[in-house]
Design a protein around this ligand. Structure first.
Ligand code: 0RA
Length: 638
C-alpha cells in the first residue's frame, strides 16, 4: 500500500501519543512474552465484550488466521466514525491512535471494562505491524489500515469488506503482532479458547465463535445460564444434591453474581472473577461469600431447631464439603484494588461487605422459600460437622493409644541402611511373592521394601480415623514418616522416592489408583513435590539367539521381532511381578540403571480432582465412560 499518511498537526500529536507504548511495551501489556502477546487478543475481545455488557452486541467472532494474525468481529453499534471535534479526524482513528481513548465517548462516569489494564485498542495497534479496522454503521462499511500504529490513509468506506460476517452494524479488528515487539508471535489456540470460554460463561447469552484457520475447526461458546451453567459444568460428573442457586444484585458501583450448588463429594471448588479476570487466589469477594454462606446456614439450622445435644454451630470447613460455587463481581476498572502484581486476589474492603450482605439476604430468602433444598444442604453439612467431631475424637483416641506417636516402624518394612532421604527409595509392593523377590533383589543400601497385600480402603471417601484404623495405611504412614492430617510434617519424609509396584493388570491398576488417591487426598505435597512414582515392570521377555530382551511395550516387542525376523525366538508374557525371581525383578524393574519409573505429577489440580472423584466416587456412569475412553491411552500421569 502506498504511503499516504496525512501528516497534519493532529496526526503528529497522535503519533507521539503512541510512542511510549513501543518504547516500553511491558508497561502497557505486562510483558512481551507469550502472556503479553495473548494480552493483545483479550484486549481486543474485551472491547467487544464491553459492547455486549452494554447490551449492544450479542455475537463475537474470533479467527486465528494462517499468517499468525487474529481478527475479532462483533455485531455491536460500531465504533463511531464521525469527525472528532478536537482531533479533527475520525473518532475511529482517535480510538486507535490515542492512549485511553475508549472511555472518552462513554457517557457513564464509571466503566466496567473487560480488560484488566484497560489499555484499549490503541496499544494493540501500536504493537502490531499491521492492523485493519472495519466499522459497519449507517448501511456502510468504513475501514482504515495501520502499520505500527500509524494510519496509512484516512477512514473511508469500502464495498469490498474483509470482515466475514454480514451484520448490519459492528466492529472488526484484524491485527498481526509486530515481531520486533515480542519474543515470540505465535498464538496458542488453547489460550485463546480458554479466555473465550471464561467470558462466555460470565456473560449469559453472549455467543462466541472461534475459528482456527490452521485446522479449519470452528467452535461455538454460548451459555444461556451464565455462571449457573459454569457451576453445573464443574459438577458435570458429580452427583448433585440441589439445582444451582443463583444470586444477582447491584450494590453501589458493584455488580454481584453468585451461583452455588452442593454435590455429594467432600472437596470444594470455588471459582471467582473480577470483571472477566479469574482471581485464582480469591480475595474480599470470596471472603464475603464464605461468611454469608456460613452464617445463613447456621441461622437456618438454629431457626428450625436442627442443633441437638452439644452441637451449636457449623464451621466454615463444614459448609465447604461438596460446595461448588462461582463468585463474579463487576467493579469499575478505576476502583479495582488487587493485592499484588499478579492480580490474582481482590483487595477492595468494601466488596467484602457488599457480597456478604447480598448473599446473606438472598440465601435467607431462598432457604425460607425452598425448605426442601435448605434441608438437603443442612443434612450434608451437619454430616460433615459430625464427621469432623467423630474424626477428632477417634483420632485423639488413636493417637492416645500411640498408633502413630511411637513411630515404631512396621515389622513388615524391610528398611534400607541409608538414613539420607535424598538417596533412599521406598518400594510399596503389592503381592506376596513379589514382596519376597523385591526384598531379595533390592540394593539394601538405599532401597526399602514395604509389602502390602490385597485391596485397600478407598480413601476418597474415608475419614482420617478410618484411615489410621486400617493396618495397611497405618504401616504406610509410619514408613513414609511424614505423619498425617494436622500432624503432617513433610520435613520428616523418610524417602524422596516412594515407588508403587504392582502387577501390570487390571487388579494392579486398581491398587495403584487406590494408593495414588490416598497420597493425592491426604499427603498431596508428596505428589506435588514429585516424590511419588510407579514402577514399570516389563511386559515380555524375548529370547533370541542366546540373547534375552526385556520389553516394556507392544511396540518395542514388534521392533525387536522385526529386527531378528528369521531367527528362532521364544516370548514370555509376564502376568505378574510374582513370576519374576529376585534377580529378574532387580535387573528389569528396580535397578536404577535400567528401570523405567513414571513420576506422578499434578499438572492440573482441578482436573485431577475431577478425575479422582469420578474414578473413586459413587457415581458409576461417568467412571465407565472415562475408563472406556481412556483404556487404550492409559497413562498414569495425573
Ligand atoms: C464508543 C461509543 C459507542 C460504541 C463504541 C465505542 C464501541 C467500541 C467497540 C470496540 C469494539 N467493538 C465496539 N463497539 C462499539 C457507541 C456508539 C453509538 O452510540 O452508536
Amino acid at each position: 500500500m502506498a504511503k499516504s499518511t496525512n501528516y497534519d498537526a493532529s496526526t503528529i500529536q497522535v503519533l507521539e501519543g503512541l510512542e511510549p507504548v513501543r518504547k516500553r511495551p511491558g508497561m502497557y501489556i505486562g510483558s512481551t512474552d507469550q502472556k503479553g502477546l495473548h494480552h493483545l487478543v483479550t484486549e481486543i475481545i474485551d472491547n467487544s465484550v464491553d459492547e455486549a455488557l452494554a447490551g449492544a452486541a450479542s455475537r463475537i467472532w474470533v479467527i486465528l488466521h494462517q499468517d499468525g494474525s487474529v481478527s475479532v468481529q462483533d455485531n455491536g453499534r460500531g465504533i463511531p466514525v464521525d469527525l472528532h471535534p478536537k482531533a479533527k479526524v475520525s473518532a475511529l482513528q482517535v480510538t486507535l491512535t490515542t492512549l485511553h481513548a475508549g472511555g472518552k465517548f462513554d457517557e457513564k462516569a464509571y466503566k466496567v471494562s473487560g480488560g484488566l489494564h484497560g489499555v484499549g485498542a490503541s496499544v494493540v495497534n501500536a504493537l502490531s505491524d499491521h492492523l485493519r479496522v472495519e466499522v459497519r454503521r449507517d448501511g456502510k462499511v468504513y475501514f482504515q489500515e495501520h502499520k505500527r500504529g500509524v494510519p496509512q490513509a484516512k477512514v473511508t468506506t469500502t464495498d469490498k469488506p474483509e470482515s466475514p460476517n454480514l451484520s448490519q452494524t459492528g466492529t472488526y479488528v484484524h491485527f498481526h503482532p509486530d515481531p520486533a515487539m515480542f519474543t515470540d508471535i505465535q498464538f496458542d489456540p488453547k489460550t485463546i479458547i480458554n479466555s473465550i470460554r471464561n467470558r462466555a460463561y460470565l456473560i449469559a447469552g453472549l455467543h462466541f465463535s472461534f475459528t482456527d484457520e490452521n485446522t479449519g475447526i470452528t467452535r461455538q461458546f454460548y451459555f444461556e445460564g451464565g455462571i449457573k451453567s459454569l457451576v453445573a459444568h464443574t459438577n458435570r460428573d458429580k452427583k448433585t444434591l440441589i439445582d444451582p442457586i443463583y444470586i444477582k444484585k447491584t450494590a453501589d458501583h458493584t455488580d454481584i453474581e453468585v451461583a452455588l450448588q452442593y454435590n455429594d463429594g467432600f472437596s470444594d471448588i470455588v471459582q471467582s472473577f473480577v470483571n472477566v479476570v479469574e482471581t485464582v487466589d480469591g480475595g474480599t469477594h470470596v471472603t464475603g461469600f464464605r461468611m454469608a454462606l456460613t452464617r445463613a446456614i447456621n441461622d437456618y439450622a438454629k431457626k428450625i431447631g436442627a442443633f441437638k445435644n452439644g452441637e451449636d454451630s457449623l464451621t466454615g470447613d463444614d459448609i465447604r464439603e461438596g460446595l461448588t460455587a462461582v463468585i463474579y463481581v463487576k467493579i469499575p476498572t478505576q476502583l479495582i484494588q488487587f493485592e499484588s502484581q499478579t492480580k490474582a486476589k481482590l483487595n477492595n474492603p468494601e466488596v467484602q461487605g457488599y457480597v456478604n450482605t447480598t448473599v446473606k439476604d438472598a440465601l435467607d430468602t431462598y432457604f425460607e422459600e425452598n425448605p426442601a433444598d435448605a434441608k438437603v444442604i443442612l443434612s450434608k453439612v451437619m454430616l460433615a460437622a459430625r464427621a469432623r467431631l467423630a474424626a477428632r475424637a477417634a483420632k485423639d483416641a488413636v493417637l492416645r493409644k500411640g498408633a502413630l506417636e511411637g513411630m515404631t516402624l512396621p515389622g513388615k518394612l524391610a528398611d534400607c541402611q541409608s538414613r539420607n532421604p535424598e538417596e533412599t527409595e521406598l518400594f510399596v509392593v503389592e503381592g506376596d511373592s513379589a514382596g519376597g523377590s523385591a526384598k531379595n533383589g533390592r540394593d539394601r543400601r538405599f532401597q526399602a521394601i514395604l509389602p502390602l497385600f490385597g485391596k485397600v480402603l478407598n480413601t476418597e471417601r474415608a475419614r482420617l480415623d478410618q484411615i489410621i484404623d486400617s493396618d495397611k495405611f497405618k504401616n504406610l504412614i509410619i514408613a513414609v514418616g511424614a505423619g498425617i492430617g494436622d500432624q503432617t510434617n513433610y520435613d520428616k519424609l523418610r524417602y524422596h522416592r516412594i515407588i508403587l509396584m504392582a502387577d501390570a493388570d487390571v487388579d494392579g491398576a486398581h491398587i495403584l489408583c487406590l494408593y495414588t488417591t490416598f497420597f493425592y487426598r491426604h499427603l498431596p505435597e508428596i505428589v506435588k513435590n514429585g516424590h511419588l512414582y510407579v514402577a514399570m515392570p516389563p511386559l515380555y521377555k524375548i529370547d533370541i539367539a542366546k540373547q534375552s530382551f526385556y520389553v516394556y511395550s507392544d511396540e518395542e516387542r514388534d521392533q525387536i521381532l522385526a529386527k531378528f525376523p528369521n531367527q528362532k525366538f521364544s516370548i514370555q508374557r509376564y502376568k505378574g511381578l510374582g513370576e519374576m525371581n529376585a534377580e529378574e525383578l532387580w535387573s528389569t524393574t528396580m535397578n536404577p540403571a535400567n528401570r523405567i519409573l513414571k513420576q506422578l505429577t499434578i499438572t492440573d489440580a482441578a482436573e485431577a480432582d475431577r478425575v479422582f472423584t469420578m474414578l473413586m466416587g459413587n457415581d458409576v456412569p461417568p467412571r465407565k465412560k472415562f475408563i472406556t475412553t481412556h483404556a487404550k491411552s492409559a497413562n498414569l500421569d495425573i
